[in-house]
Design a protein around this ligand. Structure first.
Ligand code: CTP
Ligand code: CA
Length: 227
């Protein structure tokens, strides 16, 4: 079995990674989604695997296929992702790279919605999804290191720093997903790592290189803080 004989600074560690978008059903044939490709989360899972970790990879319906050598759990909706994350515990670290839908369709229809012939449009009602990152950050069996992401279009560092406080996670990887940056759906990323000691801007790098840097930091942190 892959992983059992893994060597590297993360051998013997179990790390949970979430990735991709979620889809929220409107009816059996329609859904609400977002533009996450799953590329950054997939690269992070591969980088952690390369350092010897056993990786549970909980992924929404992403464009990018899951990496080999990780335990893949496929989900569709945010509610399914929350349940899969709960099932994956315990873990030494969690990296929550998924673009989880903030809202589900509260009045989703069990059968295909039909035009009624009057020209009237259906009214979609939304309900807020549970915040998976905030929930695991405050759980009794919390991983020693919880890393969140913050997708922002404005005031990236200020918003992400506030998000770190609000959610109770240890680190936040903040990225600017403004349309002009080409990051959402692209092959590069320009992130700022926010930790307890402040904000560290990283250069614009391939998503693979960003992932390797993050995996190295996680390995160093776990080695320093855990036997
Ligand atoms: N996240 C989550 N569960 C949710 C929403 C978000 O676990 N229901 C996680 C994401 O995986 C990410 C982090 O929270 O690691 C931040 O996601 P983001 O969308 O940037 O933040 P939100 O708290 O949803 O705030 P907003 O979208 O309003 O800026
Ligand atoms: Ca959100």
């Amino acid at each position: 079995i892959e992983g059992v004989f893994a060597t590297g600074p993360l051998s013997g560690r179990h790390i949970l990674v979430t990735s991709g978008p979620t889809h929220e059903a409107i009816d059996p044939v329609r859904y609400i989604a977002n533009r996450s490709s799953g590329a950054q989360g997939t690269a992070i899972a591969a980088a952690l695997r390369d350092l010897g970790a056993r990786v549970t990879f909980v992924t929404g319906p992403a464009e990018v296929p899951p990496p080999p050598g990780v335990d893949v759990v496929r989900v569709i909706s945010a509610a399914q992702m929350a349940a899969a994350v709960d099932d994956a515990f315990p873990a030494d670290a969690a990296v929550m790279a998924a673009a989880v839908a903030d809202w589900r369709v509260e009045n989703a229809s069990g059968s295909k919605m039909k035009k009624d012939g009057t020209g009237a449009a259906p009214q979609i009602a939304f309900a807020e999804n549970r915040d998976i990152l905030a929930t695991i950050s405050r759980a009794a069996n919390r991983p020693a290191l919880v890393v969140g992401f913050a997708a922002e279009t404005d005031d990236v560092v200020a918003n992400a720093t506030a998000k770190r406080q609000r959610k109770g996670c240890d680190w936040i990887v903040a990225n600017d997903v403004s349309p002009g940056t080409g990051i959402m759906g692209g092959t590069e990323n320009a992130v700022t790592l926010i930790t307890e000691t402040g904000a560290e801007p990283w250069p614009r790098l391939s998503k693979a290189e960003t992932a390797r840097r993050l995996a190295d930091r996680i390995a160093a942190h776990l080695t320093e803080t855990m036997a």
